[in-house]
Design a protein around this ligand. Structure first.
Ligand SMILES: *Cc1c(COP(=O)(O)O)cnc(C)c1O
Length: 384
């Protein structure tokens, strides 16, 4: 079999850490009980494991276990937060605020609410991808019920100033939601210090399994009301029905625990590798770093190349490196990245961009190999 390309698409998904797989395995076969079966030990074992996982997840974000609502991932968590708040606070107001660079799992529920008569403000970002706090403050209204700003961008890795945004919302008694799918286990998150009322998480960007995530829902100061979007057996305190997926939940918690435990050294390692890649790419003329140079995820580098065809660039690199020019969901479509367009790029430059997502097993040798391939490919395309 031909050697597979180097994997630098960690923002799309990550492999499951073998330590996570090991933690999950007993819950498929041995401890297979339904955590909601409280009449026998099969159920108790599963329930205890879920409770333990809930505690781990809560501790990771400085919340309490009862505030964790388990979901199928961040898409569902975002939908539950946004639609759930819209429905529960309908009488208070019908205005929401989000940002142009958000993931589609935030933008699309917002667009859906607009069809129901809600009003949504999509804030622009500055050239470095950061939200301007004055612009946000001016957009807050008496009928604003929710502000949704992501923790870390999935394309340009930019880390938004959550604590400052949380403080602004708190002043006006407006709920603050953040999509932290890319941030959990990689950068510190603290729902108390950051004034976050709802926080979306997922496992599969942090070396956990796909199909599991959570929504943190604040229980005091204030107690967030949420209308369920999935109705059934009343699981998760009525906010999200459906039998709990014990192996995935155990794996999710293990992945977050590992990410947190290794956060500092791994962050430094990835930053060093990322900077090494950027240094080498700068031997080319006409390269442009997308997003804030330092206020970004350690493993993220997003670069635009002037004067090359984006499609040809990806094609030329395909056998060496697995990456994309934008979000996984938008690579299937032909539209240029809405995130890069929000930075002010025209279509051509947005297409001629590469998102490098370094991960836990990325090596220095791989980075050098990828950098050399990108330099050669860009040069070849430019002389054509
Ligand atoms: C991956 C991602 C999502 C979707 O998460 P799933 O768990 O795959 O549903 C949402 N938001 C951001 C920022 C992401 O990176």
């Amino acid at each position: 079999m031909a050697q597979r390309p180097i994997y630098l698409d960690s923002h799309a998904t990550t492999p499951v850490d073998p330590r996570v797989v090991e933690a999950m395995l007993p819950f498929f076969t041995e401890h297979f009980g339904n955590p909601a079966s409280l009449t026998h030990s099969y159920g108790w074992e599963a329930e205890a494991a879920v409770q333990q996982a809930r505690e781990t997840l809560a501790t990771a974000i400085n919340a309490s276990p009862e505030e964790i609502v388990l979901t199928s991932g961040a898409t569902e968590a975002n939908n539950l937060a946004i639609k759930g708040v819209a429905e529960a606070y309908f009488a208070k107001g019908r205005h929401m605020i989000t940002v142009q660079t958000e993931h589609n799992a935030v933008l699309d529920p917002c667009a859906y609410l607009e069809t129901l008569g809600f009003e949504v403000t999509y804030l622009p970002v500055q050239a470095d991808g950061l939200v301007d706090l004055d612009t946000l403050a001016k957009a807050l209204r008496d009928d604003t019920v929710l502000v949704s700003v992501m923790a870390a961008n999935n394309e340009i890795g930019v880390l938004q100033p959550l604590a400052e945004i949380g403080a602004l919302c708190r002043d006006r008694a407006i709920l603050f939601h953040s999509d932290a799918a890319q941030a959990i286990g990689k950068v510190p998150l603290d729902v108390q210090a950051m004034g976050i009322d709802l926080l979306s998480l997922t496992a599969h960007k942090v070396y956990g399994p796909k199909g599991i995530g959570a929504l943190y829902v604040r229980r005091r100061n204030p107690r967030v009301q949420l209308a369920a979007q999935l109705h059934g057996g009343g699981h998760e305190r009525g906010m999200r029905s459906g039998t709990l997926y014990t192996p995935q939940i155990v794996g999710f918690a293990k992945a977050v625990e590992l990410g947190l435990g290794e956060m500092e050294p791994e962050g430094q390692r990835l930053t060093t590798l990322r900077d090494r890649l950027w240094d080498q790419l700068q031997s080319l003329a006409g390269v442009h770093l997308n997003g804030h140079p330092s206020q970004r995820l350690p493993g993220n580098l997003n670069v635009s190349f002037t004067g090359v065809d984006g499609q040809a660039l990806l094609l030329g690199l395909r056998s060496t490196v697995a990456l994309s020019s934008g979000a996984a969901c938008s690579t299937a479509s032909t539209a240029p990245s809405h995130v890069l367009k929000a930075l002010g790029h025209d279509d051509a430059l947005a297409y001629a961009s590469l998102r490098f997502g370094l991960g836990r097993w990325t090596t220095e040798a791989e980075i050098d190999q990828v950098a050399a391939a990108v330099v050669t490919t860009v040069q070849a395309l430019r002389t054509k």
